[in-house]
Design a protein around this ligand. Structure first.
Ligand code: ZN
Length: 57
């Protein structure tokens, strides 16, 4: 990932940037994961509804 302060690329597992020493905010990554999770959940829900509609015929 890129440091949020100096924008240098640093390993994802580092919680502090080795170049500028600024702590990295893990919330940004969590938000991305949550977004992916929300999309997957919505797709699953849509598939479930479609299946129920087809099954009712
Ligand atoms: Zn930095």
């Amino acid at each position: 990932m890129a440091c949020s302060t100096c924008e240098r690329v640093i390993p994802d597992h580092l919680s502090v940037c080795p170049y500028c020493g600024r702590p990295q905010d893990p919330i940004t990554q969590n938000k991305r994961t949550l977004t992916v999770f929300a999309v997957l959940t919505a797709l699953l829900a849509a598939a479930f509804v479609l299946q129920a509609l087809v099954g009712s015929n």
